[in-house]
Design a protein around this ligand. Structure first.
Ligand code: SF4
Ligand code: FE
Length: 482
């Protein structure tokens, strides 16, 4: 079996038994918890759309390892076309869910580790790439979801990993055994960790010679002994505990962030893809970040499409859709959204082949893409709030709307023009609130800011890739300056 149905995925992920905490309590049947359950649906969508013949080209590809049709989320990009289809797939999923569908991090990690493990082997004669390929074949043939884990807590930011008073603030090897290693530390902001079968762990930054024990990359089952998960809160998350569906904003789809702690976790030898080769931590981090910055050029645009659609619809409900200033603001939203998409497509189109045979994005353009993502969704959300009106921040509860006494009053005063159902207007305002300042704002705004690296990380990469000397040479040539 190479393509799981959404139901098969659900069944398989429910088998993961986590040591999970939420609101200070240990959670057993995590998939049934009302705060967690809606985060599984967007991942199921990545399986559902892959079954749909009209999306086959975008959602699936042929594995170069097994020759079988696989979900694109488990694939290695083999051409510029693959890189472009990846962005299109992410936009499509954003359009179908209006939230973070979580499965991209693993895909980006697989592709970054693919070329890096190949290069480590070429330099040191190690067997990491073979380890990766054996693991990846299983991921592809069983259509598993992988989480990519990079971010460490980092402790005192002015100190290197080995200078921290507590060495565990960066994940590291604490013991070497004949058949594997023991690791300790934490990975934070883990998007979709619980909804993933496996986690691919990478170093958080470029390491130095004295930091070999921090230069480690491996993959293991997310429910491995020694891993503790603490569920990340989101604004308005407790509304999911209430029975009103409308008040949740986007009741069926939601992202997920988890704080993951590794307490002496055993990693078998054949699951290790880097162990001490500190000189390859920098390319690995840069590649992963580059791929994930490209990803935002698809997913955030798809979610932006939904937000723009919701804003255009509320303008219509409010009877202002023909006003020139409203139309102009909607045009501005589209312009910003498509600018992000253009960068996502451009860095894919300008990608290149690596020695390992997979394709890597153009790093400069991928970083420009993500830098725009740290700004434009905020402006798009601002324009959406502007068009929606103050009701976005003052709407009473769905319970009031359905109350015998005040319900009819609310319905009377929330009415706009004939043909517009007050309940639909109510639902839409809640969705817009959720997207601009509720749970969904976590993935549309905060994740746009900090996910795949905070803005300064892109500026460092842009500075590195800018090649100002070549630009100076251009003007010198034009003006004949020696
Ligand atoms: Fe995918 Fe976007 Fe979520 Fe990252 S933020 S996992 S790219 S949907
Ligand atoms: Fe993310």
């Amino acid at each position: 079996m190479t393509l799981k149905t959404p139901e098969e995925y659900l069944e398989s992920i429910k088998k993961q038994k986590y040591n999970l905490y939420l609101f200070g309590e240990k959670i057993d049947n995590w998939y049934d918890h009302p705060i967690i359950a809606p985060t599984i649906n967007p991942v199921m969508k990545t399986y559902e759309l892959a079954q749909d013949p009209q999306y086959q080209e975008i959602m699936t590809s042929i594995s170069h390892l097994t020759g079988e049709r696989i979900n694109r989320f488990t694939s290695v990009h083999r051409s510029n076309e693959d890189l472009i289809k990846k962005v299109k797939m992410q936009r499509l999923l954003g359009q179908h869910t209006g939230c973070c569908f979580q499965r991209c991090v693993g895909m980006d990690a697989i592709n970054a580790v693919f070329s890096t493990s190949y290069e480590i082997d070429a330099k040191y004669g190690t067997k990491y790439h073979q380890n990766l390929l054996s693991w990846l074949k299983r991921i592809q043939s069983e259509d598993l979801t992988v989480d990519g884990a990079m971010t460490d807590p980092k402790g005192d930011r002015s100190k290197r990993p080995s200078e921290q008073t507590d060495p565990d603030l960066y994940l590291h090897i604490v013991e070497e055994k004949k058949n594997g290693i023991i690791v300790r530390g934490a990975k934070i902001h883990q998007t979709g960790f619980l909804n993933s079968h496996e986690v691919l762990v990478m170093p958080t930054m470029a390491m130095r010679e004295t930091e070999k024990q921090y230069s480690v990359c491996f993959a293991i089952d997310t429910a491995t002994k020694g891993i503790t998960c603490i569920y990340g809160r989101q604004p308005c998350d407790t509304r999911k505990l209430e029975e009103c569906l409308c008040d949740r904003g986007n009741p069926n789809y939601c992202g997920q962030e988890v704080f993951v702690i590794f307490e002496d976790v055993f990693i078998p030898k054949d699951r290790i893809f880097m162990k001490g080769e500190y000189d390859f931590t920098s390319p690995l981090v840069e590649r992963f970040a580059g791929y994930h910055r490209q990803s935002y050029g698809g997913c955030k645009v798809g979610v932006g499409d939904v937000l723009i659609g919701a804003t255009a619809l509320i303008a219509e409900y409010n009877g202002v859709e023909k006003a020139p200033l409203i139309r102009d603001k909607l045009v501005e939203m589209v312009h910003l959204n498509e600018t992000i998409y253009s960068c996502g497509i451009a860095c894919s189109y300008e990608g290149h082949k690596t020695p390992a045979g997979n394709y890597e994005i153009d790093l400069l353009l991928a970083n420009v893409c993500k830098q725009n993502v740290t700004r434009f969704p905020y402006e798009i959300a601002r324009l959406s709030e502007d068009i929606t009106g103050g009701i976005l921040a003052t709407l009473p509860s769905e319970k009031d709307l359905n109350n015998e006494t005040v319900g009819p009053l609310l319905k009377k005063y929330l009415k706009t023009h004939e043909g517009i159902n007050v309940e639909d207007r109510f639902k839409l305002i809640r969705f817009l609130e959720n997207m601009t300042m509720g749970t969904a704002a976590v993935s549309y705004k905060s994740e746009s800011m900090h996910g795949a690296g905070s803005p300064q990380a892109q500026r460092i990469m842009i500075a590195r890739q800018a090649n100002l000397e070549a630009k100076k040479a251009l003007i010198k040539k034009i003006l004949d300056i020696k």
